[in-house]
Ligand binder design. Structure first.
Ligand code: ADP
Length: 253
């Protein structure tokens, strides 16, 4: 795979206390730098703005007002990008921020514009870091979760592979955090069959989409003939290991 989209979930990015995990980001930037040296191109879709916002302004945490939530994302997005910028700077790699909404994918004119921006950044060796623009996205007009945003981005960019990083090794027949005997599923060829055979458990901690949106994302990219891997982002060198086959996640083909 030459063109790879990597989605980082909130659970992967954050420590237990809600702060951004620096060692994870350092590890990630090193691996991406390595991939760039091999001639590969990478786009990141990253969650974590809300968590980073809460970590910065804890007193707002309990505010339920939608505008406070959006304001929290506005604050956290800066923290998030600052964390990315610092680690990529060490690798001498520039990053670019793209904040998108659902409209950007439904209006052909806007879609063309973001597509061109995306290609330009990547062609110039910059790593685009994409997130939903939560400051304009109220519930009704939201993409809603970054698994979907990552899938839309993958198709838009005509990527060769989508990797979703979460805090579990992949799909199991039931929630591995609840059931010790949950069985790992290595490969999925038929999503409809999968959905009939597994149990989708609840999401914990900072997660938003859960497993359902990850399976939906797989469906979206598989429709374009693009494979998706769901893997554990917390494992050391997981990105390189997935690509050389020494580590496994769940592969959707
Ligand atoms: P992220 O924030 O990384 O995008 P989420 O927390 O939203 O991820 O979703 C992943 C979580 O879904 C896992 O931590 C796991 O507890 C839960 N889950 C529920 N059912 C399953 C299942 N059948 N297989 C794997 N994980 C599951």
């Amino acid at each position: 795979s030459k063109k790879i989209v990597i989605k980082i979930g909130s659970n992967t990015l954050a420590n237990q206390d809600g702060t951004i995990c620096k060692t994870f980001l350092q590890d990630l930037s090193k691996q991406i730098s390595h991939l760039k040296d091999q001639g590969k191109q990478v786009v990141i879709v990253s969650s974590g703005a809300r968590i980073a916002g809460v970590a910065t302004l804890a007193k707002w945490m309990r505010k339920e007002d939608i505008h406070y939530k959006q304001a929290l994302c506005a604050i956290g997005q800066v923290e998030l990008m600052d964390a990315y910028r610092r680690v990529f700077e060490e690798e001498h790699i520039h990053i670019g921020q793209m904040l998108l909404t659902r409209d950007d994918f439904s209006d052909p004119h806007r879609t063309l514009n973001i597509r061109n921006t995306l290609f330009t950044l990547v062609d110039e060796g910059v790593i685009p870091i994409i997130n939903e623009n939560d400051t304009v996205s109220v519930e009704e007009i939201k993409i809603g979760d970054n698994d979907t945003l990552a899938a839309l981005t993958t198709n838009l960019w005509n990527a060769d592979l989508l990797i979703l990083f979460s805090d579990i090794d992949g799909i199991y027949n039931k929630n591995p955090k609840t059931y010790k005997d949950a069985e790992f599923i290595e490969e999925v060829n038929n999503i409809d069959v999968l959905l009939k055979t597994i149990e989708i458990g609840t999401v914990n901690d900072f997660g938003t989409g859960g497993i359902a949106t990850k399976i939906e994302a797989a469906k979206k990219v598989n429709n374009y003939g693009i494979p998706m891997i769901l893997a554990n982002g917390k494992k050391e060198n997981i990105l390189l290991k997935l690509l050389d086959g020494s580590e496994k996640g769940t592969v959707f083909l």
